[in-house]
Design a protein around this ligand. Structure first.
Ligand code: FAD
Length: 551
């Protein structure tokens, strides 16, 4: 009897998760994995750190080999074999052996496509010599150029660009980071991305925001403002596009975002073909509409789900939140769900909460301040997104919030989460609980707030800005136009404040909240500047760093 035959195209994140899961479920099937590159199952997320020398051993990014996958999983893994066409009627894949050029037709009962996404390249003179980073061969190409390079240009300030910058600095290169947008990490809001730009600059990186590359020559790059920067090594990290040629040529449905369309079982419009990973459109958890999310967690998870579906197990892919994290020079930036700017661009007016808690109890050594941001639907109290930037513990808080979102908890519910606490790990009121407190206060109308970017219009409309910090803090830096009336004196001196609307602020928003409560009970109209002076300072600095080219 002919054995059930499964072909997997793409032997890295999604493809290899699917193939190994399938073997655990179907010992009776033949499973063939086609990979056009030289390696399978390598750690593409580790490549920037291999280039930086943080991961020293090449072996550590090569997680498996065809031999190890054969012995443990009885997988027929063929590297340097490219799937070049699919005959859906005959259920065959045309496979080209890249070593010999020979082509064969391989029969399948089920086909899984996990071809990933290709790095975009800029279209400027000299761009041919730009390197991109997708696989081990790309990392090798960068490593080959490193010994002769003293300067590097990284084009693109997204997650991979930032990781590359850090690792090239580790290697001792003078690095220029050129980003077209007016902030790093486009998915974050500007005030949350600003600390990262500052950290990179502090580490000696020449960060150019709102900048464009116009040409590359032998060892320099020319930017649109006419400046010339060192570029012995030039790396493009300007995003990826789904690798869909094979699917498109086979007549599989592609969506408006350019990815392969699949259903909840990861099945394409052909009942014998599944597709997963970066090449596939995901469904946004907030809007229920298609979007592209190129992240390893989803690729791995969907690989497992596609295998389950093929094995006849009931599966349903969850909608995507797009939870992501990056670290550089000791600073972590992470996000889940939607940003404030994306929500506003889509015509939604989120309730926004900024806090600046300590990573653990302030009295226990080593606590680091972080900034957290929560986006909330003001009608339903649903959590729409969250962002965090800082040191220790940012990852944990974002993961808790992403979990809360997946579980359908409301913003106010965060106040009631029972989270692990001892002084070296957190505070009795964990930063996530505190977000919940602030959210609940806002939902119940106890402490209304305004955002840093709304302040100018508020003041122009006649509101008075009251800084309730101490005179010492005020002298160290204050928002223009504010009057200083410390919280501890407010009860006695409230009569000194002019009539009309008051906007109150402290350093992080906490004393401001107490002040608003006091003023409201004294019959004054008062609102808190959300996130206090720190959020305002990051927000206004982000506008300046976007406007002022450095260098
Ligand atoms: P891939 O893992 O890229 O695998 C696709 C494979 O298919 C490729 O090896 C390709 O050669 C092969 N292929 C394509 N077409 C064919 C064909 N016709 N025939 C045969 N083989 C074919 N994500 C995170 O969540 N966190 C991170 O920190 C992170 N860091 C990253 C760092 C780098 C440098 C890169 C490149 C990516 C990073 N990612 C990260 C993204 C993550 O690696 C991807 O989301 C994930 O690998 C996607 O899995 P995939 O199976 O869709 O594609």
């Amino acid at each position: 009897m002919t054995r059930y035959r499964i072909i997997v195209v793409g032997g890295v994140a999604g493809g290899m998760s699917a193939a190994t899961r399938l073997r655990r479920l179907r010992e009776d099937a033949d499973i063939v994995v086609l990979e056009r590159g030289e390696h399978v199952s390598f750690a593409n997320c580790g490549l920037p750190y291999y280039i930086g020398g943080v991961i020293e051993e090449r072996q550590d990014v090569l997680l498996q080999s065809p031999g190890s996958l054969r012995s443990r999983f009885e997988l027929d893994v063929r590297v340097r074999h490219e799937a070049v066409a699919i005959d859906r009627a005959a259920r065959t894949v045309r496979v080209r052996d890249l070593a010999t050029g020979q082509e064969t037709d391989e029969r399948y009962d089920a086909l899984i496509l996990s071809p990933g996404a290709s790095p975009r390249r800029p279209d400027v003179p000299g761009a041919e010599r730009m390197l991109t980073l997708r696989d081990v061969a790309d990392a090798d190409a960068v490593l080959r150029e490193l010994p002769d390079a003293r300067s590097a240009l990284v084009l693109g300030g997204g997650f991979i660009g930032v990781e590359m910058v850090e690792n090239l600095v580790h290697r001792g290169l003078a690095v220029t980071l050129v980003e077209h947008g007016d902030q790093l990490l486009g998915p974050l809001d500007p005030e949350m991305a600003e600390p990262l730009a500052r950290r990179l600059r502090d580490a000696g990186v020449d960060v150019r925001l709102g900048a464009d590359l116009v040409a590359l020559d032998g060892s320099t790059a020319t930017l649109a403002d006419g400046s010339v920067v060192g570029a012995d090594l030039a790396i493009a990290a300007i995003g990826v596009q789904p690798d869909t040629a094979l699917a498109r040529d086979a007549g599989l449905a592609l969506g408006a975002r350019g990815g392969i369309v699949v259903d909840e079982q990861l099945r394409t419009n052909d009942s014998a073909i599944w597709a997963i990973g970066d090449a596939v459109e995901k469904i946004d958890a907030l809007t229920g509409t298609p979007r592209l999310v190129a992240l390893a967690g989803l690729a791995n998870r969907h690989g497992r789900l596609a295998a389950d579906a093929i094995a006849g197990r009931p599966v349903r892919a969850r909608d995507a939140l797009g939870t992501a994290i990056v670290g550089a020079f000791g600073l972590t930036a992470a996000m889940t769900g939607w940003s404030e700017k994306a929500l506003r661009a889509a015509g939604r007016e989120p309730r926004v909460v900024h806090t600046h808690p300590a990573s653990h109890a302030g009295y226990y050594p080593g606590a680091e301040q972080m900034a957290l941001k929560l986006l909330i639907d003001p009608e339903t109290d649903a959590i729409l997104g969250a962002q965090g930037v800082g040191g220790e513990g940012v990852d944990k808080r974002l993961d808790v919030i992403a979990t809360a979102m997946a579980g359908g908890l409301l913003a106010s519910d965060l106040a009631d989460l029972e989270l692990a606490y001892a002084p070296q790990f957190s505070s009795a009121k964990d930063p996530v609980n505190m977000l919940g407190y602030v959210a609940r206060n806002a939902a119940e109308g106890l402490t209304p707030s305004v955002q840093w970017h709304e302040l100018e219009a508020e003041l122009a409309a006649g509101a008075t800005l009251v800084d309730v910090r101490t005179p010492g803090e005020y002298a160290g830096g204050a928002i223009p136009g504010s009057v200083n009336l410390p919280l501890d004196d407010l009860r006695e001196r409230v009569g000194e404040l002019p009539p009309g609307r008051l906007i109150v602020h402290c350093k992080v928003g906490q004393r401001g909240h107490t002040a608003v409560r006091l003023l409201a009970q004294l019959g004054r109209e008062a609102v808190n500047l959300d996130g206090g002076y720190l959020t305002w300072a990051e927000g206004t600095a982000s506008r300046e760093s976007a406007a002022v080219p450095v260098g």
